[in-house]
Every structure is written in structure tokens, then in C-alpha cells.
Design a protein around this ligand. Sequence first.
Ligand SMILES: Cc1ncc(COP(=O)(O)O)c(C=O)c1O
Length: 438
Amino acid sequence: MQVPPPGPKARKIIEKDSQFLATTTKTLPLAVRRAKGSVVEDVDGNRYIDFTCGIAVTNLGHVNDEIREAVEAQLADMWHMAGTDFYYQVQVDLAETLARLTPGDFRKKVFFTNSGTESIEAGIKLARWNRPGKQFLAFLNGFHGRTMGSLALTSSKGVQRERFFPLMPGGNLVPYSYCYRCPYRLTYPDCDIWCAQVIEDQYLRKVVPPSELAGLVFEPVQGEGGYVVPPPGWTEEIARIAKEHDILLIADEVQTGLGRTGRMFAVEHAGVAPDAVAIAKGLGSGLPIGALVFNADLDFGVSGAHSNTFGGNPLACASALATLRILEEQNLPDRAARLGERMHGRLEELKEDWPLMGDNRGLGLMRATEFVKEGGGKEPAVKERDAILKEALRRGLILLPSGTSVIRYIPALTIEEDLFEVGMDILADSIRVVSKAS
Ligand SMILES: Cc1ncc(COP(=O)(O)O)c(C=O)c1O
């Protein structure tokens, strides 16, 4: 580290940003100059280890050389031709690969988008297109995006919805499976996964009859809601309910997908094959691309029912194809599983000394700690969480918050082992410093 962030050059950018850019979700004063692999350099010459991947996007490291070469080759040929209106090789090749990699032994089709929220919108439209019912079931504390359809299914923070009503009608939210803070004050496994059963037992009987429902949209692990991992059996039960009542099962794998959790898709941990899988974030390794991959029987089949301009952009498709090839060739989901176990071990050791660490959880390299005040009451330690984020940045580790008082750890699946360990050391030091001060 050269200067404590933000240094003088960063401060200038931050000032101009606040003058000209809309307010969004920026949490840390980091102005990036360049990034390579798992190392990010800021405009003042500080170098950091990246445990964020630009919010779970650059999962194969920043400026991955093989991906760069694939994009440069495409750049020389064609940048744009409207993949929804014309035909080209890289788009059909990517669709074929996604159809093969997503769970489910049935014929699939792909609709290309430019973001996660747009993939969810496509799922919403596909469900309404195919079912007489027009309502949706989704989960409290979930995040599916901020456009008006997705927003009706999103509720990880009140600020996302406030002043934006009326939302799309038909978004019915039920409690998620959050064992650390069970909404029913039950304990797994004695609970018999009541949080899933209650859907059939109460909601479908009394709130929204299955005939009114088009789709059930869920995250296999809640991302923005605080990296909440359901217990074994929950996803299977959700899938059973959807199937039994003929409701389209739409898995939002925007954050969990593409190897992050130790499997190519997180639903594979439960052996579930959804009717549609929403993807984005890591697909293009940083070039904007998303996709909805769905059972081919559900295709719109009518020209103009759903389309866009930029979906399947050739550069983004080339990046995505290279990303998927590397993920498979290097068996990166397995590596994520292995490194994730190691990370969990280190976090659990640390937790023995620091009660601020309420809960360590996650799958693969999608991990997090929920920070709580001392005293056993699980009161969210928001200030302390924020202080750890700042302390880590000052020491050269980039982290992101999640949920109310959670920090997520999402390094690249390709991170070098020594960098990974140094990152964990900085994290441990930052937690120690803030714990001692609190
Ligand atoms: C699970 C999930 N779904 C959807 C989205 C929305 O993606 P985007 O920000 O690309 O619209 C996100 C973004 O964080 C997400 O985590």
C-alpha cells in the first residue's frame, strides 16, 4: 500500500463521480486503474487482493489472457449484428454449450440478455406465456434485480422498493430457509423443513391457489440477502411442490451459477433440474451478457413476443464461450469446492476467538460471515461489519458487504493459493483489529 485509500487521485475521481453519476450502491472509496488475475491496482498505486470479482463476475480473474484473445479475435470480425434478428456462429455455439451444461436431460433453448434482471424478466414472461395463472411465488430477502418485474420478486432491502410502488402485480413473497434466523424459530432437522412445507400447507391453499401461479422463482443460495444457504432437502421440496402443482420452476443462478458454489450450477447440489435457469454475472467474465436457458417445449414460438437489441452480442458471446471452456477444461468448480472448504476451516478457527463472527456459511467459493454483537442475541453488528470492510481495504484486501451485517468472500476460482492465503490473513487481521476495538 502506497497511501491510505482514497489517495489524492482517487479522491478526484470520487468527487467527479458524485457530481455526474447517479447514486447507486458504492460502499468503498476504491478507484481502480487496472486489474490482472486477483490483483487490483488503484489510481494511486495501491495494490489489493480482490475477494469480490466485481460482484461475482470476473470469476476466472481479471483480464484473463485466454478470454482476452477470444474477444480480440471476435473484435476483428464483427462487434454487433443484432443476434435476435440475424444469425451467427458464436451465438449458436454458446447456446448449444449452455443447453448442455445446465441441469436437466431435456431439449433446451436460450434467450440472451445483457444483465441478471433482464434474464429474470425473460423468465417472468416465459412463465406467463406458458401458464394460465399470472402470479409468482418468490422469497423474502431474495434479490432478482431492480427492473419493475424483477423488483416485484426482490426484497433483500426495503430501500429497493420504497417509492417505487405499484410494482408488477403478482409477486407473492414467502419466508426463505434462513436457519441462522429461522422465521418460524425452529431448528433443523427437527423442523422437517417447515419453511418449504408451509408453502403447500398454507400459501397454496389460502393465499394464492396453484392455478393462479405462473412461476416459482428462487435463488439456490440467497446472494444479496446475505449468502443464506438452505439446508439439505429444501430445494428438493421446493422443486417437488412446483412440479406437483404445474408451476414453472425458475432458478435464479445469476450469482450462484458457473462453478461458484463448487458445481457448475448450485441446483446440482440438490439434483434438481428447473424448467428455466437465469444466468448473468460470471457468464461473460466482465462483458455484459446474461441468458435464460429453458425447456425447449416452453419456447415462445411466435416472432416478436420477446426480443431485444443487444442480446447475444458477438463479443460477449466470444467471452462467454471462452469462459465456459476454461471452467470445464480446468475443472474450476472442483477447485472452488476445495478452496471453499479451506476458507471455511480458517473462518471457523477464527470464529472460536471472535464472537463478532456469528455465522460462517456458504458453498464452494461463495462464502460469507454474518457479524453479530456480542452477548448471544444475534443483534446485527452493522457498524463493526463496515469497519472490517474499511480496515481490510486499508490493508490491501477488497471485500463486499451483503445482507444486513454480512461480508461475502468471492475470490476468483483461479486465485493463486499464496494470494488466497494472504487474503485470508488480511481478513483475519481486520476482524481481530475491529473485534478488539468494539
Ligand atoms: C441472484 C441475482 N439475481 C439477479 C441479479 C440482478 O443482476 P443485474 O444486476 O445484472 O441486473 C443479481 C444481482 O446481484 C443477483 O445476485
